[in-house]
Design a protein. Structure first.
Length: 213
């Protein structure tokens, strides 16, 4: 079906109209890094781009709310670019894990954009992924602000039994947007309760105004 749609509605860059891709290499390269390091009580989180940047915002919206898989490759390109800059500030042996979606939301969307970003981060930094241990066990409501975000995600995540190789090992959690840090904090708590080592965070964009899953 995707190939049929590409024939009927050929891909073109959403920024400049260049045919053949949802976001062309030149436009992606023009997106300015706006790095921030959040170290405010939750996982120490490195974030690379401002959500207010129009192309970043459009790609995230198209992936999360339109379900367009064509937005994933450009997002991965941005993630690899940021990971190549920031990856060195985290432990070299950190296992990479994506912030999970609730199963019902994953079924409706058919992909988790955080997993695509985690794949890009792992490949760009040479770190191993640790999939399948962290789960979202309660579906949370979407929010556009930061009010009561901590309460919204409290108890929403659970980590299964970690294998011996991951006990005490640091983790690098990957998400798309960092707003209040509540989601990362709850995921980190679940991982530590299961026996992980220190948990760090890596997000593509920072800012507010984007509902979190």
């Amino acid at each position: 079906m995707g190939r049929v749609l590409d024939i009927i509605f050929p891909l073109e860059c959403v920024a400049c109209g260049e045919p053949g891709t949802h976001a062309c290499a030149a436009c992606l390269a023009s997106v300015a890094l706006a790095p921030r390091l959040f170290d405010d009580g939750g996982p120490r989180t490195a974030v690379g781009f401002a959500y207010a940047q129009p192309l970043v915002r459009r790609l995230l919206h198209d992936a999360k709310y339109e379900g367009w898989t064509c937005a994933l490759d450009p997002l991965e390109t941005l993630a690899r670019r940021w990971a190549s800059k920031a990856g060195g500030i985290f432990p070299a042996d950190a296992a990479v894990a994506a912030v999970p979606l609730h199963p019902s939301r994953l079924r409706s969307r058919d992909f988790n954009q955080a997993e695509s970003l985690a794949r890009a981060v792992a490949s760009a930094t040479g770190r191993k992924r640790a999939d399948g241990f962290l789960a979202r066990v309660r579906r949370t409501r979407s929010q556009t602000g930061t009010d009561d975000r901590q309460g919204n995600v409290r108890g929403a995540f659970l980590c299964g039994r970690l294998p011996a190789a991951l006990i005490g090992r640091p983790f690098l959690l990957v998400d798309d947007v960092r707003t209040s840090g509540a989601t990362m904090g709850e995921c980190a708590a679940a991982l530590r309760a299961a026996g992980s080592g220190p948990v760090h965070g890596f997000a593509l964009a920072w800012g507010s105004g984007l509902p979190k899953d």
